[in-house]
Design a protein around this ligand. Structure first.
Ligand SMILES: *Cc1c(COP(=O)(O)O)cnc(C)c1O
Length: 390
């Protein structure tokens, strides 16, 4: 119809497989509407199998999973926790819930994730001050794994446990092993925008079964083994519901297809813009495989003559949802007093990425026509020639 706006293209919408309803129906038929139930147990088992983790605890969100991991590591007031700066605020908020102080670590150019150089400086200084962190939260942004070998070796030198925030990297691997299974704890998110979703939910994974049992205990109000309700420690109401776990089970069955689809979206964009001067796509570190949760790229304003804000505006005008990259946490008003360690004295990688980067619509359900629409709008704005979707 003339004058009608083009259909909305979302950044990363939920993509159902069609089998979710079967699990929901079964839960209804057996009246397992309670927070816990067979889908929760099965979903935990299936995530552990998929990732190769020793075990898993299903929780109400990725944020809750980080909070529980910090609690399991006994993080409390007066403690410090090192955290990637280039990430969503949910990576660091649980540090504040625990009453501890976050210290932010910059990114490095090859993975856009935590810089081992900055981490090393931060650890060395912390040791000199006698204030080593209780934990390091490493984020694997947009599906790309951080430099885990370097980070784990530094952390083990200082005997600091690592929590992997793999909220965005379920389905990604680092040296053949699932992202999120390299540190003491890993967390996944099933929020509506993630590669698979339960509408809201999260998972804590670890090889430490005892810690996971404690996680389940803490996440159900820390109920002691007594016939009456008895509590010796403070707990949380953080478990995933049996209904949502059913959705997660059906989603997990199509995770590999979702990864393939997102990687294909990435390759389409790269084929269209990869050759342009001043355009760089998020790299993939050798030895890693990213789920390419979001296609992200940087655009050099001087080389292209185009500002990120121009691109975002042109896409928005055509009803296309695109976004800047995450604003580094050390630049957030809420964390303005937090310490920060840049990649080097002369280079702050995360700030540069934030200034020059954007995320393009990357959903696994994007049609070739929708991808072409995004590609055409970008080419128009940049004054370059449109390529074709392969
Ligand atoms: C989504 C996300 C989270 C939080 O997950 P929720 O399930 O929404 O609480 C944490 N960290 C990162 C990097 C995320 O993208």
């Amino acid at each position: 119809m003339i004058g009608m706006a083009n259909e909305r293209i979302f950044l990363s919408p939920p993509h159902m497989s069609g089998r979710e309803q079967l699990y929901i129906d079964e839960a209804f038929e057996t009246n397992w509407i309670a927070p816990l139930g067979p889908n929760v147990d099965a979903f935990e088992r299936e995530i552990a199998e998929y990732t190769g983790a020793g075990g898993a605890a299903a929780l109400s969100s990725g944020t809750a999973a980080i909070h529980i991991a910090l609690r399991l590591l006994d993080v409390g007031p007066g403690d410090r926790v090192f955290c990637s700066t280039f990430t969503f605020v949910a990576s660091a908020n649980p540090v504040c819930y625990a009453g501890a102080e976050p210290v932010f670590i910059d990114s490095e150019p090859q993975t856009w994730n935590m810089s081992p150089e900055a981490l090393e400086r931060a650890l060395r200084e912390a040791e000199l001050e006698g204030r080593l962190p209780k934990a390091v939260i490493v984020v694997h942004l947009y599906g790309q794994s951080a430099r885990m070998k370097e980070i784990l070796s530094l952390c083990s030198r200082y005997d600091v446990p690592v929590i992997e925030d793999a909220a965005e990297s379920l389905g990604s691997t680092y040296e053949g092993k699932a992202s999120g299974t390299h540190g003491k704890f890993g967390i996944y998110s099933f929020n509506g925008n993630k590669i698979i979703t339960t509408s809201g939910g999260g998972m804590l994974v670890s090889d430490d079964e005892e810690a996971l049992a404690r996680a389940r205990f803490l996440a159900t109000q820390a109920r002691d083994a007594a016939p009456h309700y008895q509590h010796s420690v403070m707990g949380y109401n953080y478990r995933l519901s049996n209904l949502l776990a059913g959705v997660g089970r059906a989603q997990l069955q199509v995770l590999d297809e979702r990864v393939q689809a997102r990687r294909a979206v990435f390759e389409n964009y790269r084929a269209a813009f990869g050759g342009l001067k001043g355009v760089e796509f998020m790299p993939e570190l050798p030895g890693t495989r990213s789920n390419r949760w979001l296609t992200t790229l940087t655009i050099d304003e001087e080389a292209t003559g185009v500002r990120i804000s121009d691109l975002l505006m042109a896409l928005a005008a055509d009803n296309i949802e695109a976004r800047p990259l995450w604003k580094p946490l050390h630049l957030q008003p809420i964390f303005e007093r937090a310490s920060f360690y840049p990649h080097s004295e002369t280079l702050c990688v995360s700030e540069r990425l934030f200034q020059s980067g954007l995320c393009l619509p990357s959903g696994s359900s994007l049609t070739p026509e929708q991808q072409q629409r995004v590609i055409d709008r970008v080419h128009e704005t940049m004054g370059t020639v449109a390529g074709n979707v392969r």
